[in-house]
Design a protein around this ligand. Structure first.
Ligand code: XUL
Ligand code: CO
Length: 437
C-alpha cells in the first residue's frame, strides 16, 4: 500500500501509474489537483464489501479489526493511506460510515462517533487531507422505512434532525467545505397512502432547520441537495436538478442550498450528466459532483468508477464554464465490481477514474481554446443581438408588434441550422488531437 502512485505519462504500461493525471501540471490556469479536487467516498471505499441482493460480500473491509471500534479505526488508517498513495486530497462521509450505528441509542452512537472523529482529526493534522463534505445517513435504518423528513411519523423526522445536527457539528469541526442532503427515502411508493403536500412541506421544514443551524454554528461551507429520480423509492421528490431548483424556489431555499450532481443519477433521470450540470450552472446552483457512471444496459444505480472520457470532457467543460470548483469537488461515489476484490483492484479503479477526469479536463480546456464550438453557438444565436431578436430580449416588442412583424414575413421554412454532426466531428478531432494523438 505504501508506495506513491506516480505520473508516468501516456506511454506508460505500468498498471500502478497515472497516464494522464499529473497533480502539479497546470491546465486551464490551475494545477490539476486544484481543478479536479478528487475525493474518496468513505462508504464505498472503506465499508462496502461487495454484498448484493444475491450474495454475501466478496471484499474484506474489516482490515484485520476485531470489534466495531477497532474496525472503524483501521478504516481511518486505510482511508488515509489510500488517499496518500493516490494523491487524493479530500474525503466525504456519512455519519454511519465512520462508526456502525447497529442497535445503539443515539447517545451511544454519537459517543462512539466522537472517538473516531478525534482519530480522524489527528490524521488530518498529520497528512493535510481535507474534508470535502459530510452527511447523515437518514435512509438505512428501519426507522426511515417511510422516509426521514417526509415520514408520516414525527419520530423519524426528529431522529433525522438529530443526526443532521451531529453530522453538521462534525463537518464544521473537521473544516469541511460542504454538507450534502441526499433524500435517500424522501419519496413514495404509492399515492394511495401518501399526503404529498404535507411530505414536501415537511421536507422543506427539515431543510430550513438545517440551514438555520448551519448559520447558527457559523458553518461557512456550501449546503447541497443531491438529486436522484428513483431507487430506493419509486418516485423520489428530488427527481433531477430542475425539480430540485423548483422545490428550492417554492420553499424560499434558493440561494441557500446548491446542488451536488451525480452522473449515474442524471442518467437514471433520463438526462445526460452534462445536462444536469448545465441546469445547475445556469441557475447559479452548481456546487459539487459525485463522479461515477451507470451502465446504459442496466436501469439501476451501478455506481461504477467513471471511465467514459467523452462524458468526463463534457462534464469538465461545464465545470470550467461555471468558473471551476469553489467549495465543491469530484467525489468518487463509486464502487468496484463484486469480482474486483483485491486491494490492487481498488487502486486500479481510482487510477482509471482519476485519469479519465484528467483527460476530461485536458479536452475541456482544448475545446475552449479551440473556440470552434463557442463560435458556432454564438453564431447560431446571433440574431438575438439585432433587429426583432433584440426587440424581444430587451422586452420592447409586444405581442401585437410580433403579430405585425410575422404577418410581413411571408412563409418561413428555413431558419438556423443545427450542425450537430459537424460539431461531433470537431469534438472527435479535439479529443484525439490535431495530430491524431
Ligand atoms: C446514493 C448516493 C449517496 C449520496 C450521499 O445514490 O449517491 O451515496 O451521495 O448520501
Ligand atoms: Co452520490
Amino acid at each position: 500500500m505504501s508506495c506513491l502512485i506516480k505520473y508516468e505519462g501516456p506511454q506508460s504500461t505500468n498498471p500502478f501509474a497515472f497516464k494522464y493525471y499529473n497533480p502539479d501540471a497546470v491546465v486551464a490556469g490551475k494545477p490539476m489537483r486544484e481543478q479536479l479536487k478528487f475525493s474518496l467516498a468513505w462508504w464505498h471505499t472503506l465499508c462496502a464489501d461487495g454484498t448484493d441482493m444475491f450474495g454475501i460480500g466478496t471484499q474484506d473491509k474489516t482490515f484485520g479489526g476485531a470489534d466495531p471500534m477497532e474496525i472503524s479505526k483501521k478504516r481511518v488508517d486505510v482511508g488515509f493511506a489510500l488517499m496518500e498513495k493516490l494523491s487524493i486530497d479530500y474525503f466525504c462521509f456519512h455519519d454511519r460510515d465512520l462508526f456502525p450505528e447497529d442497535n445503539l441509542t443515539l447517545k451511544e452512537f454519537h459517543a462512539n462517533l466522537d472517538v473516531i472523529v478525534d482519530y480522524i482529526e489527528e490524521k488530518m493534522k498529520q497528512t493535510g487531507k481535507k474534508l470535502l463534505w459530510g452527511t447523515a445517513n437518514c435512509f438505512s435504518n428501519p426507522r426511515y422505512m417511510n422516509g426521514a423528513g417526509t415520514s408520516p411519523h414525527p419520530d423519524s423526522f426528529a431522529y433525522a434532525a438529530a443526526q443532521i445536527k451531529k453530522a453538521m457539528d462534525i463537518t464544521k469541526r473537521l473544516g469541511g467545505t460542504g454538507y450534502v442532503f441526499w433524500g435517500g427515502r424522501e419519496g413514495y411508493e404509492t399515492l394511495l397512502n401518501t399526503d404529498m403536500k404535507l411530505e414536501l412541506d415537511n421536507m422543506a421544514r427539515l431543510l430550513h432547520l438545517a440551514v438555520d443551524y448551519a448559520e447558527k454554528i457559523g458553518f461557512t461551507g456550501d449546503l447541497y441537495i443531491e438529486p436522484k429520480p428513483k431507487e430506493p423509492t419509486k418516485h423520489q421528490y428530488d427527481f433531477d436538478a430542475a425539480t430540485v431548483i423548483g422545490f428550492l424556489k417554492t420553499y424560499g431555499l434558493d440561494g441557500k442550498i446548491k446542488l451536488n450532481i451525480e452522473a449515474n443519477h442524471a442518467t437514471l433521470a433520463g438526462h445526460t450528466f452534462q445536462h444536469e450540470l448545465c441546469v445547475a450552472r445556469i441557475n447559479g446552483a452548481f456546487g459539487s459532483i459525485d463522479a461515477n457512471q451507470g451502465d446504459m444496459l442496466l436501469g439501476w444505480d451501478t455506481d461504477q468508477f467513471p471511465t467514459n472520457v467523452y462524458d468526463a470532457a463534457l462534464c469538465m467543460l461545464e465545470v470550467l464554464r461555471a468558473g471551476g470548483f469553489t467549495n465543491g469537488g469530484l467525489n468518487f461515489d463509486a464502487k468496484v465490481r463484486r469480482a474486483s476484490y483485491q486491494p490492487e483492484d481498488w487502486v486500479a479503479a481510482f487510477i482509471a477514474g482519476m485519469d479519465t477526469f484528467a483527460l476530461g479536463l485536458i479536452i475541456a480546456d482544448r475545446i475552449i481554446k479551440d473556440g470552434r464550438m463557442d463560435a458556432f453557438v454564438a453564431e447560431r444565436y446571433a440574431l438575438w443581438n439585432e433587429g426583432i431578436g433584440k426587440d424581444i430580449t430587451s422586452g420592447k416588442a409586444t405581442l401585437e408588434d410580433l403579430y405585425n412583424y410575422a404577418a410581413n414575413l411571408g412563409t418561413v421554412k428555413t431558419v438556423t441550422h443545427g450542425g450537430q454532426e459537424y460539431l461531433e466531428s470537431v469534438m472527435n478531432q479535439i479529443m484525439f488531437g490535431m495530430n491524431g494523438n
